[in-house]
Design a protein around this ligand. Structure first.
Ligand code: ARG
Length: 588
């Protein structure tokens, strides 16, 4: 459906034109004085210079034209030259009535769907998933869903960190502990066991232990580096161990992401890019982009307009080893070959921004992608504790994601039981559903690039700008709808009638803005805007609800209209939270 704001703008532009002015002046926005009007146009002020006229004169002439359009209830020219707009209530309800029967809830799918790869999650294999990886997963999942909701083909790739020193460290530590395993015997030619020689908990203990040792013992570190190099050269026993580490780790990662309702289409990683490195480097050299500098192979990526220094991209170290950047570039080659994407979005900690500036420039300069491929870096800030410092456990360690989720669920469980409206046997399940909303909304409602404070008490509250508040609103609507059905009312809802009062009209206007809010959030890779939209929608619903006796209404047509309206509000809220990556229970 055409966006309501576009209908209003088009009508206003027509009025400017009919009054003899440039139609471009007819830009309309939501009023910043809701006490005076619903929408406003400041075009007369902008046109004053161009036409050497007092803005109020332009405004008055345009208003005369606007008054002829039936979409407005009142249009007013106000000094010095504002145009204040109030919509015709019957037009607003007609818009909603159409929206109510639209399967897409007024959202128009893009006419030119794009193929987009979104690189998010980015966990490192064999290291436990910690809260730092939470933001990437939560924000990335939502951006992916937004893109899809608007009709694009969006492919999510977890891009595992699966090829670094951590693998060599684990192999080294394992060899110290179990030297007799066949993986370490270079003369062994038989089949390796199918079963991994460790469990996930052992693996998670092995890594920090090895990492600690390597920091203290240079000989140990040397061994780990050598093991990493041998693995990367393809030593048979180490490859077999690597496969075990991957298998055990990925199974665990999948379980964790499942709990977060985060799903990847591709489980590729840094290791998958390795075969692409050698030919890529050859091409960069042959085309004259990469050159040797103090033994290292580099590509210059600085541009004359740079405000701060952008160092050259290092492709190979002097010992021939590749780097994080090399892998990311080779991954671009791979993605280009497999999907020829229109865009690649990276959802990564904002401290890695320079790395991505270099990578993007290098990829473009060396022709790894065409000139039209878009690269987008969505950098996010740090999740802090209440002390304003990066979030830690009470003991000061890195908080594991699993424990964080458990803490939220426990807190939610307490609150739900206190609420007592759910029978105990459901409370556990409900706590998980509501807990996820607390966790995700708490993150997503902040602008991604900003740091935020993780506050369990606030995030799990049923009041204020929180996930549970949004769910509570949905549950409230569901309960009205089921009581309505219990009254034996016919299943068919009635047409949405023109609003009877101000809170109802406000609710209608906000509902009608769904398509606008969703598009804006997607275009800016900004789930927080969708959160702000649903928070306002929930508030508008609750204001309406508090002053309306829906089920006791005697006028059947009015009652049916309200039922249709609140069902639409529920559908919009549920659609939006699905895009954000969580869902609502039936009761709370
Ligand atoms: N594994 C990396 C980390 O933990 C994040 C990967 C981000 N994606 C990428 N293509 N570099 O920092």
């Amino acid at each position: 459906m055409e966006k309501l704001i576009d209908v209003i703008t088009r009508t206003t532009e027509d009025a400017f034109e009919k009054a003899g002015y440039d139609r471009k002046l007819g830009h309309v926005s939501v009023s910043n004085r809701p006490d005076l009007c619903e929408y406003q146009c400041n075009g007369a002020m902008a046109g004053a210079k161009q036409y050497h006229k007092a803005p109020i004169m332009i405004a008055e002439a345009v208003v005369d034209e606007m008054k002829k359009a039936d979409i407005f209830a009142s249009v007013e020219a106000v000094k010095p030259g504002f145009i204040n707009i109030t919509l015709n209530p019957a037009k607003v309800s007609a818009y909603l009535d159409e929206m109510r029967t639209d399967d897409d809830l007024s959202v128009t799918k893009t006419e030119q769907p794009k193929t987009i790869i979104i690189d998010y999650g980015g966990p490192n294999v064999a290291k436990p998933l910690h809260v730092g990886h939470l933001r990437s997963a939560v924000i990335g999942e939502s951006i992916k869903r937004m893109g899809r909701r608007l009709g694009n083909r969006v492919i999510g790739d977890v891009h595992l960190g699966d090829w670094g020193l951590q693998m060599g460290l684990i192999i080294t530590e394992l060899q110290e502990r179990k030297p007799d395993l066949p993986y370490f015997d270079e003369s062994y030619t038989g089949e390796y066991p199918a079963e991994a020689p460790f469990t996930i908990s052992e693996l998670e203990e092995i890594y920090p232990c090895a990492s600690g040792k390597s920091k203290e013992d240079p000989a140990y570190k040397e061994k780990a580096l050598e093991a990493t190099a041998e693995l990367q050269r393809g030593r048979r026993g180490y490859m077999a161990l690597w496969k075990h580490i991957m298998q055990v780790s990925v199974t665990d990662l999948k379980k964790n992401y499942e709990k977060l309702d985060v799903h990847f289409d591709l489980w590729k990683g840094e290791s998958d890019a390795q075969p692409y490195i050698a030919p890529m480097v050859e091409k960069m050299k042959n085309d004259g982009y990469a050159y040797m500098d103090q033994g290292a192979l580099i590509v210059d990526v600085a541009e004359p307009t740079d405000q701060k220094e952008v160092p050259p991209c290092m492709i190979l170290k002097s010992d021939g080893a590749s780097l994080y950047t090399t892998t990311d570039l080779a991954t671009i080659v791979q993605r280009e070959e497999d999907y020829h994407p229109d865009e690649i979005i990276y959802v990564v900690d904002k401290r890695q921004e320079m790395h991505f500036i270099q990578t993007f420039r290098c990829a473009r300069k060396c022709g790894l992608v065409g000139p039209d491929t878009k690269f987008t870096f969505v950098g996010f800030g740090t999740m802090n504790g209440k002390d304003g410092k990066p979030f830690k456990t009470r003991e000061g360690g890195v908080m594991r994601l699993e424990n964080l989720i458990r803490d939220i669920d426990d807190e939610m469980y307490k609150k739900i039981v206190e609420n007592r409206s759910v029978r105990d046997k459901d409370a556990g399940e409900t706590a998980e559903v509501v807990g996820l909303s607390a966790l995700k909304y708490g993150d997503l409602s902040n602008q991604a690039s900003k740091d935020y404070i993780f506050d369990v008490d606030r995030f799990t509250s049923f009041e204020g700008n929180t996930g549970p508040y949004i769910l509570y609103t949905i549950v409230r609507i569901k309960s009205i709808l089921s009581r309505y059905e219990e009254q034996g009312a016919s299943a068919t809802d009635g047409a949405i009638l023109a609003p009877a009062g101000d809170p109802e009209k406000k609710l209608m206007l906000q509902t009608a803005r769904y398509n606008e809010a969703l598009e804006e959030a997607w275009e800016n890779y900004a789930p927080h805007r969708l959160c702000a939209y649903i928070y306002e929608l929930a508030n508008d619903f609750n204001s309406f609800y508090h002053e309306t006796k829906i089920l006791a209404e005697e006028d059947e047509a009015r009652k049916k209209s309200w039922i249709s309206l609140i069902r639409l509000v529920k559908n919009v809220l549920e659609d939006a939270i699905d895009v954000l990556g969580f869902s609502a229970p039936d009761r709370m």
